[in-house]
Design a protein around this ligand. Structure first.
Ligand code: ZN
Length: 282
């Protein structure tokens, strides 16, 4: 699932490419996606909130995109018959005979410069909504703080009275926003903390380490243009680079890069593949 560094890269690139563009019309494969009213609206700003991509429109509305499990946004000019596309909105699997990977396209936005912005999403969980500013604020307001904005002091406070295991806690979007399975595994490895450790047993030093490594890992991942272990692609269709730098994620049975003795172990914990070094993480 795209996490903070992936979504941040999407937003940085969209800001260079689609600011001041106007949505002409859109096609969607499935009725679950209905953003009627987006037509004729101009993109005035684009921001990331947690894992959401938010397009601020000139109508005091926002277009909100969440990539969920396997979504990504690509920009380009394809030779599509726009009228045919629009006539076939919501035709689901029968829609059009889209070749190759285009069959995963869920939404196509036609822009006023002739370009298209496409949500490709093989697992179809991606969410696209047109919201009023108030609705968007309410939705974003429920999410936890941003890991790259929160101070160390505030971060420590978050852990007060928390009893759950540390890894699911870091991934809980109401506790902290933007971190998922890949970065939680990497951050806890660097911090020497077992992913199953209960939050109320963490020493002050552990929380300090988690904070520091969280900043470093996320910033490094942003600089590497995110992680394409799974389906994620940048807006030009290229892969990010962080998947070549995993310390523990997907590294089961490899020798731990820290102690150089123990093998990295994979377990299923809280329903997710969890990777750690039994020697280095306590
Ligand atoms: Zn180790």
């Amino acid at each position: 699932m795209p996490e903070l560094p992936e979504v941040e890269n999407v937003v940085l690139s969209l800001k260079k490419k689609v600011l001041e563009r106007t949505f002409i019309c859109y096609w969607a494969k499935n009725k679950k996606i209905n953003v009627d009213g987006v037509e004729g609206k101009k993109i005035k700003d684009i921001k990331r909130f947690a894992k959401y991509i938010i397009f601020f429109l000139d109508s005091k509305e926002v277009l909100s995109v969440h990539l969920r499990m396997s979504g990504f946004l690509i920009l380009g000019k394809w030779n599509l018959d726009k009228e045919d596309f629009l006539e076939n909105r919501y035709e689901n699997e029968k829609h059009l005979d889209l070749p190759d990977k285009k069959r995963f396209w869920q939404v196509v936005f036609f822009l006023d410069n002739g370009e298209m912005m496409v949500l490709s999403d093989y697992r179809k969980f991606g969410k696209v909504e047109l919201l009023s500013l108030e609705e968007a604020e309410e939705k974003m307001g429920r999410l936890g703080p941003e890991p790259l904005v929160i101070t160390e002091k505030e971060f420590k406070k978050l852990f007060k009275k928390r009893k759950g295991a540390v890894k699911p806690l870091l991934m809980n979007q109401f506790f902290l926003s933007g971190i998922g399975n890949i970065y939680a595994s990497e951050i806890l490895f660097l911090s020497g903390v077992d992913p199953r450790r209960k939050a109320d047993t963490l020493k002050e030093r552990d929380i300090k380490n988690i904070y520091k490594n969280m900043q470093e890992v996320l910033k490094r991942a942003i600089a590497m243009k995110g992680d394409s272990t799974s389906d994620f692609r940048l807006t030009d269709g290229k892969k990010g680079g962080y998947q070549n730098n995993h310390l523990v994620y997907n590294q089961q049975k490899k020798i731990c890069p820290k102690c150089k003795k123990e093998e990295i172990k994979k377990i299923i914990f809280a329903g997710r593949g969890t990777y750690y070094c039994p020697k280095c993480q306590k």
